[in-house]
Structure formats: C-alpha cells, structure tokens
Design a protein around this ligand. Structure first.
Ligand code: FUC
Length: 796
C-alpha cells in the first residue's frame, strides 16, 4: 500500500514534469498563426527557397497563392548609361572644395547625369487561385479554421472543416527540389472538387501542356517611360504547374486544372527566366521552359512525402542552428495578429519578439539561398506589384547592407554568398562607372543597383552620387571572412574585389585645403545641409559617412592583405592614406557626431538616415574607447528622434531597426528594447512584415541583427556577452550565434545576469571574452566546447 502510494506520487511528479516541459516546448514553437484568412497581401504568409517565393492567403474556398521568381525584372542591361564626366570632375571637385557649391551642383547636373536615369521594377511571377466547390451548398459553413506558418519546417498550412469534412492545404518552397509544393487533402474520400488557375496580370499566357500540366510563357513588355531604358520585349520567363490527384478526376482546360471528387491533390510549380547572372543579362541560349521541365521531370516520380521530408530536413537544419528563448512564451496560444494588436495597445510580448527575431532569419533563408542566384531585394523575394515601391530594387546606401546584417551573427553565412557573388559581378560595369564618371581606377556602384548590374548614378545627382556604396559592399565580404575564417573565400572571392575597391578609393580621393584626403563629390545619404544663406544642398566633399567607410575599408584591406600575402607596397599606400583622413568630429552646435565636413545645419534634423553613425554600426570606429564620440553618438540619435517626433523627418521601420543596432553598440539595452517596441507598434503588418510603409524587408532583417547585437558583440576584438540586455529580458538563453573568428556562442542568463556562456571554435585560437567590466582570456581548442560561469570562470 505504502509502496503503491509512493509510485503513484512518483508517476504524478513525472507526469507533471514531462507534461509541463512538453507544454513549454509546445509554447516555444516558432509559428505565426491566425483564425481567419488574410484580408490582403500584407496578411498573407511567405514561403521561399531563395529563388521561388509565394505568399499564402489561406482562404478556404477562394484561395490565392501569389508567386515570385527572383529574377523576373522589367528593364534590361544598359550599356553606356554612365555620364562621361572625366573632363569636368576636377572642376566640380575644386568648386566643392572652394565652397562654390551652387556652381558645382550645376556642373554635376549638366555633366554627371546618367542616361537613362532610372531603373525598372522587379515583378511578380503570377498567381494561383483555388476555387473550391461544395457538393451540396453554395455557401457552406466553415468551422475549425486555422492558418499558420511554421518557421521551423517552412510550411504554411491552412485547415478548415466544411460539411463535416476537414480540409488541409500545405504549401512550402523546397530548396532541394526547387519547386513550390502544394498538397490539399480531405479527411473523407472524394471530397475535393475544385478549380485551380494559374495567371499573370500582364505579358503572359497560360495553356495546358497535357491533362496534368499547365505552361505559363511570357515576356516582359516594357512600355516607353520617362528616363528609363528603351521600350521593347525584354525578359522571357516560364512556369510549369504539374498536378496529380488521388481518386477522382483531374484535367486541364485553358489556364486551369479541374479536379473532381479527389481525396488528395498535389501540385508542384516551378519557374525560370532567361536571365543569366554571369552576364547580368538575358541569355538567348537559355530556354526558360526547358529549365522548368528539367526541374520538374524527376519530381513526377517522387512522392510528395519524400519532397516534403527532403524540404524539412534541409530547411530545419539551417533554421534550427539558433535557438532563442525569452522566458516562457505564455501567449503562444494567442493568434499572432491578436498578440500584435495587444502590443500596439501597449503590451510587451517577449514571445512575439523571439518570433520576430526568428522570422528575420526565416525570411533571409527564404530570399537568399541556393538555388537562388540574386541577393534579397527591398522585399526579399516577395512582391505582388508590377511597379513596386522603389522598384523593389537593391538599394546600396543602407538597405541591401541591412538585409545582410543578420547573416553572419545569426549563423546563416551561406545567405551572404549570394550578396558576395552579386558584388563580384558588379565589378565589370563598376569599372566603367569608376573610369567614366569618377575618372578613377577600380570599380564602384552608386546608391542603387538592379540585376542588370547598373552601377551608374541613378535618380538624379543630388541623391544618386554615392560612390562609397562599392566600398561599403565589399566590407560585407570582409565580414564573411571574419566570421567564417574561410581563407580560400578571402583569397579567391573577396580579396580581388576588395582590392579593386580600395584602388577606386585611392584614385578617387583628393586632398582638401587642410591636406586631408577627402571624397568629392560626396553626399550623406539622403540628407541635405543648409548653408547660412539658406541654400540647401546634398553635394559636398568628405561627408562623414564617406570617410568612415573609407577608413573601415582601408583597415580591412590592410588586414586582408597580410592574410592573402599581398605586396607590402600596397599596404604602405593604404597606411599613408589612413594617416591623413579627416577625423570624426563632434558638432560644436549640438554635440552630435558631425554629419558633414563642415558643421552645417541639417536640412532635416529628424532624417531617417543617420549616416554619420556608420562608424558606430555597422562600422567599428566609434566605441567606448572614445567617450566623447560615444556620447556624441547618443546625442545624435536623440536629436534625430526628437525631430522625427516633431514631424521634421520620418521613421521608417528600417531606421528604427538601425537604432536598435546603435543602442546595442552603445550598450543601452533599455533604449534598444524601447526602439524594438516602437518598431512593433508603429511598423509591423499583421504578417509581421516590416512596413516602411509599404512593406520593406530591411526593417525585419535589421531588427533580427539588432537583437543579436544586444546579446552578443564581437566587433571590438573581444567577445562580449549580453552587452545590452534590457531589464525586461530577465531570463533567457540563446544558442548557435556566431562570433567573429568562427566561434559558435551560447548564452544563458537569469535575473538579468549572465549564468553561463559556451564557446565552440572551429580552430585553435586565443580570445578575450567580456561580460560588463569582467574580462577573461581563453585558449579555445578546435571543436572543444568551453563553458564559462557568470564570472567568466571555466565551469566544472
Ligand atoms: C532609401 C531610404 C528610403 C527607402 C529607400 C528604399 O533611399 O531613404 O527610406 O528605404 O531607400
């Protein structure tokens, strides 16, 4: 009797513990979920394999799945767009140095404008529409509805019941099989009767290839437009949709499948264009339809379950590298949109914050991984507009860079390779821009680009002149090396492009009257300054951001040169220039980091770009080691925010996300958390997309990077744990983050204090670790975990 009571107690205890841990795990599932279908695109849920993307609306009876293929772009490669400004550049430069800005501006307008001035847009592939028919009722009742996106397995699922039958529709984008896969099942046999059509609003036709296959064929018709490339028939594309039904009948008619009384139906869709990344142009030897056919052929004999299993193992292996927990997610059983509404009404939701952090990683994987060939654009890969906001392009004066901030630290280094390859491909046209427009060696690109490798000035000279975009981009290649320690990559992929970027800088820089090396023309993206006489200009020489980028690049090149065995003379030249760069300055006027070489008044004091803080983040020049600048950096953000609130500036999601990173580097966790809350309250759509407005993915990526930066930093030659932990994040843990040096880091904290940290290095190396004011030197052995306690002592 006694014993049985004891066992009963033990059983109860065991049951409580296991069921509790199960429910905690259940709560930590990385799932966005809703009780109603998406009302519009901004509520639909994204899947992507880096090349193909889809937005799933989750409508039971009239479903829309909006489709993307990363390379479908209007426009074309334009040769000779660069202004030939060689003759005038020295004059413009002298005028800028002499303060004859009006004249310099007029001359640049006349001689530096490229032709055409603008690019065309990234476009959608098309749409799938499901029309599901009831057997008995025209307006059947829908019960038990739920739609979700599971970030861990990358599957969007919609479930509902109708007339006693449960229907399930799953959608995912498989990287291993390079298709978007859809399965719809009914819980009872032969209950699926529907029409599925494939369409595109313009420039394409859809027709059956067989009773199991639809073909979409198209070619973008570019109409004549102002300041854009010539009109004509441009990019060719195709899509293939293949379907198979269990039971019942399936047949194709016009642009649709008709399915009658099936129990389960699967569809695979893939798409391709005649875009060839190695020439950054259309390639007449590529037949998009053949490409689609060769992707789909092997799948016709592969079961859906196998496609799904391969997808899940590839996707989750990448996604699950990082685990993040902030307390227990008590709201996991609340629909995501309700959670967001509560936050917008003033609540704080750490579980939602974790979800957002992981969503950024999910979206980076979805828009920038093989089989993809292009980096993530302003909307990643997801876009429904034929003329998208900012053409959904690659903006190179902050936005594409921000897209890749989470790549390395959040353990998705392969996503950064798509950016790196693209940067390398820009070199060819970038050399022409460097030579013709800037009379310089090397290569560069200005403030935006497109898949056709545009490097010339776009959108006018005031904003468009930003030749420091090239040097900024190659810093991403250097970061990839710093994090991965991949010497082969550095030598073969990164160094040639970095070196040519440094060569550009070396030949572009001129000496100002004080004997300092400066850029000219230059602009501090996209702000303008006001002269005492009231005149407002963008163009100047030696804007602070330019100089900070140059400093960062030259230092990176000096370090890289040592590793790849570059000629010492080259390094000497770089060091010589470094000595005479203008220093970062504090404005006498406001105590902020000075944005321009002169202490000008900002035209828009609340401007969304805070370019002079490049040196704080992503750069490494403004640190605690220079308290005056560190303080000035704080004031810079405060001033920007104060004016943005007064309406003298804007605060898009990406700008707030940048501030999260700034505050993390300023070691101010509470300010960073407040910024995160502001972003959540002001800039999130119901599907947790960041809104500029409209949707712009950099805010999501910047936020993910910012959260990582609050928990781990490694830019200042030490690995710092919890550098900016907000009071609100009392308990938590994160594992799988990466520090520079190819070190995987795990951190646990309790009652707002470090409890445990672990490091696993890919090579033997000595490192310094830091927590607050504590520091310790460690000898890491390749592959051997080193575990530290909260005082940075090796734990037993
Ligand atoms: C930069 C920003 C805008 C927008 C655009 C795509 O020019 O200043 O806010 O994000 O990129």
């Amino acid at each position: 009797m006694k014993y049985s009571k004891f066992y009963l107690l033990l059983f109860c205890l065991f049951y409580t513990i296991t069921s509790e841990s199960q429910s905690i795990d259940e709560n930590r599932k990385m799932i966005l979920w809703y009780r109603q279908p998406a009302k519009d695109w901004n509520e639909a849920l994204p899947v992507g394999n880096g090349r193909l993307g889809a937005m799933v609306f989750g409508n039971p009876l009239l479903e829309r799945i909006q489709l993307n293929e990363e390379s479908i772009w209007a426009g074309m490669k334009v040769e000779n767009a660069d202004a030939d400004a060689r003759e005038y550049l020295p004059i413009i430069q002298q005028k800028l140095l002499n303060g004859e800005i009006k004249e310099a501006m007029e001359l640049s307008e006349k001689h530096m404008r490229s032709n055409p001035m603008r690019i065309r847009s990234y476009q959608p592939l098309g749409d799938l529409y499901f029309e599901i028919f009831s057997q008995t009722d025209e307006h059947p009742g829908i019960d038990n509805y739920r739609r979700e996106l599971n970030l861990e397995n990358g599957i969007a699922t919609t479930i509902w019941s109708m007339e006693g039958v449960t229907f399930t529709r799953e959608v995912f984008a498989s990287a291993p099989d390079d298709v978007i896969a859809i399965r719809i099942t009914s819980s009872q046999p032969e209950k699926l009767t529907f029409k599925l059509s494939l369409s595109r609003a313009q420039d394409a036709t859809v027709a059956p290839a067989s009773d199991k296959e639809l073909i979409m064929k198209g070619q973008i018709v570019d109409l004549p437009g102002r300041e854009v490339c010539p009109s004509g028939l441009h990019m060719k594309f195709a899509a293939l949709l293949w379907g198979k039904a269990k039971d019942g009948k399936i047949q194709t008619v016009n642009n649709s499948f008709f399915v009658e009384k099936a129990t389960e139906v699967i569809f695979f869709i893939t798409a391709a264009t005649d875009y060839n990344p190695s020439i950054l142009s259309f390639d007449p030897t590529i037949d998009p339809l053949n490409k689609c056919a060769s992707i789909l052929k092997p799948l016709k004999n592969k079961s859906f379950d196998d496609v799904k299993a391969d997808h899940i193992s590839e996707h989750s292996a990448m996604f699950n590298r990082v685990k993040f927990i902030l307390g227990n997610d008590i709201k996991a059983d609340v629909p995501t949109d309700h959670r967001l509404t509560a936050v917008k009404e003033g609540a704080e939701d750490q579980g939602l914050t974790v979800l957002l952090f992981q969503y950024g990683r999910y979206m980076l994987m979805g828009s920038s991984r093989r089989p993809g060939i292009l980096p993530a654009n302003l909307q990643g890969i997801w876009n429904q507009d034929y003329s998208a906001a900012w053409n959904s392009d690659f903006h190179t004066n902050i936005n594409i860079q921000m897209n890749y901030w989470p790549a390395e630290v959040c353990n998705l280094p392969e996503t950064a390779l798509l950016l790196s390859d693209f940067i390398n491909r820009l070199k060819e046209s970038g050399r022409i821009t460097a030579r013709k427009t800037y009379n310089s060696k090397g290569w560069t690109v200005n403030h935006l680009t497109d898949p056709f490798g545009r490097t010339s000035i776009s959108d006018g000279v005031g904003w468009g002149i930003f030749p420091m975009a090239g040097p900024w981009l190659v810093l991403h290649q250097w970061e990839h090396y710093l994090f991965t320690q991949d010497r082969e990559y550095l030598k073969n992929e990164a160094w040639p492009t970095m070196k040519e970027s440094a060569e550009f800088v070396m030949s572009f820089l001129i000496k100002d009257k004080k004997g300092q090396w400066v850029t000219a023309p230059s602009n501090s993206p996209e702000n303008a300054y006001r002269l005492p006489n009231g005149e407002i200009y963008n163009l100047t020489y030696g804007a602070t951001m330019d100089i900070q980028i140059v400093r960062e690049l030259l230092n990176a090149c000096i370090n890289a040169a040592g590793i790849v065995g570059e000629d010492k003379r080259f390094v000497m030249q770089l060091k010589d220039i470094l000595k005479d760069l203008p220093p970062n300055k504090v404005s006498k006027r406001y105590g902020i980091v000075q944005e321009w070489i002169e202490d000008y008044e900002e035209n828009e004091p609340g401007h969304r770009h805070i370019s002079q803080l490049f040196g704080l983040h992503p750069g490494t020049q403004i640190t605690e080691k220079n308290p005056e600048l560190f303080e000035a950096a704080k004031k810079t953000i405060e001033r920007r925010q104060a004016y943005a609130l007064k309406g003298q500036g804007s605060s898009p999601g990406w700008s707030k996300a940048w501030m999260v990173n700034f505050y993390a580097r300023l070691k101010d966790g509470n300010a960073a958390w407040n910024k995160i809350l502001e972003l959540q309250r002001g800039n999130l759509l119901n599907n947790l997309f960041d809104s500029h407005p409209p949707f712009q993915i950099d805010g999501n990526f910047g936020l993910t990077a910012g959260i990582a930066e609050m928990l781990l930093q490694s830019h200042a030659l030490e690995i710092e744990f919890l550098p900016a932990l907000p009071d609100a994040w009392m308990e938590g843990s994160i594992s799988g983050l990466k520090a520079r040096g190819n070190i995987e880091v795990g951190i646990e904290w309790e009652k707002s204090r470090l409890k445990k940290a672990s490091l696993v290095s890919a090579v033997d190396q000595d490192v310094t670790v830091r927590y607050g004011t504590l520091r310790a030197k460690l000898k890491l052995k390749k592959g051997v975990p080193t575990v530290l306690d909260g005082s940075l002592k090796i734990a037993d």
